[in-house]
Design a protein around this ligand. Sequence first.
Ligand code: HEM
Length: 203
Amino acid sequence: MKEGMADSMTTRDLAGYDFGKAASAVSPVSDDALRQLEQTVEWTEADAALLNKHLPLFRERAESMVESWRAVISAQPHLAEWFRGPDGAPDDDYKARVKARFVQWVIDVASRSHDRDWLNYQEEIGLRHTPAKKNATDHKHTPPLVPFRYLLAFVAIVLPVRKFFAAAIHSPDELDGVEMAWRKAACLHIALWARPYTIEGLW
Ligand code: HEM
């Protein structure tokens, strides 16, 4: 697959993107637990509406957002190693496939409602960072895990997004609102992805 095609393809054609499909994990998280988590990050309908209002911008910028985050990973050997094949070289095919789904995720954050399909796919994404499912989607042989400490620490890298939107959103209040809504959404996603890493009962 050519890098960066996610936005021009229909999501149905995006390899390994199992959102809403039987292949997706099923989340054990209850509706109540989800609502309480949303409350915890102060996620509101207004946040959802604001991200959705700027969906065209998210579509336009998603790839450059992912590329900038990927550059951070590539520059640090202890992060890049989770994308290396058994020969020690970066698995470029794996990187391209995962990148396309990562780009789709950015668009999904701005557009998907938090329903069961969405919740199930968050469980799936969490699992894909763990030995339960890492590599399985793309039939690869890279290391079997993204250590939890890096998943969590990397939140610091994906939270600041105003630089991607500042040229297009001229109202400072609107720009603040978009960044704040994105921050809440990103933290909510990572909290859900943390679940499969935890010992039963500790999440
Ligand atoms: C908060 C930070 C992170 C976000 C938002 C994020 C997001 C994502 C997304 C959306 C996917 C694709 C899910 C899908 O298949 O649909 C993915 C997969 C992946 N991510 Fe992350 N990720 C983060 C941190 C990290 C870190 C720190 C690493 C490693 C250094 C990493 C390595 C990977 C790998 C190797 C995959 C592919 C897993 C597979 O085999 O399916 N991620 N990530």
